[in-house]
Design a protein around this ligand. Sequence first.
Ligand code: OGA
Ligand code: NI
Length: 333
Amino acid sequence: MGSLSFFKIPGEFHRAPDPHPWKDLDHEVPVVDISSLEDTDSREGALQALRDACESWGFFQLLGHGIPRELSDKMMEVAYKFFDLPAQDKLVYCSDNVLDDVGFATNFEVSKSRRPSATWQEFFFQMCSPPCDPSKLPENPARYLNVSTSYGAEVTALARRLLELFSESLGLEASELAGRFEGELMSMRLNHYPPCPEPQLTIGIQPHSDINAFTILQQDVEGLQVLHDGAWVTLKPLPGALVVNVGDQLQVLSNDKFKSVEHRGVVNGERARVSIACFYSPGLGARIGPIPGLVNEECPAKYKESLYGEYAKASLSMELNRKSALSTLKVDV
Ligand code: OGA
Ligand code: NI
């Protein structure tokens, strides 16, 4: 323990007790490699692995994704540098609306009333697709604009490929999902969790499921935990891998085949942690419901159709804790 252990954190950061145990099951977290999809056998194998992962965990470590390691590392580097700036230099980007083009927030300012407790975190976000106005992006560090623009473009291209693979792994035409993603959106959120003197008393990000279609996350320090079989499982950073998880929209589109699973971020006493989460979704005007090809007599539609923009607004006005807005779309059985 470093010198931080002399300090106590303010009471508003104390989280509610959590009913779930921690389990060290990291070795069981699915790993999906998409490096050799041209070969028919490996393609089948990858699609099967993708389907199993989305059905059982809702999360997987993605290898062979094609995003150059150097670019990912640079993205991490500019993110750490940005968060190292003095508070007044970051606060100029302050926004209390995560649907803005660009913004910065500590969880003290953003929708404080929605949260059961303050979280040990600050974050910066920007739209990658369609791209935000570059003049709104940080000038410091100097490479921020270039690096975040390239990374955003690469991640968006990867998301489009994944969308095809998700389609195929559901037994649909490769283009089926993409056809429902008119006005696609990609937004990037840099999460910063400073070292905490009493890490077990607080939380970095409250348990939640992602409201978008799916998320592509980069991390270099552990802290991300996924609820699996009633226990929190830490997804340890795997060198070169990106963490991908199913969000609420993909759960709806797949008619519950794929699971949008609850996850959270815990903090540690030793070192700062940054995660870079890229959220891919349809446009706000897209109508999202179970894909007709996945609905039949044995498997009737589990959800009503809704506008993604309305779902996003409703979710953002709910307390960020536990149950997602998905239950409001459930068809009664
Ligand atoms: C998120 C998220 C987890 C992390 O930003 O939605 O779940 O590890 N982040 O920072
Ligand atoms: Ni999340």
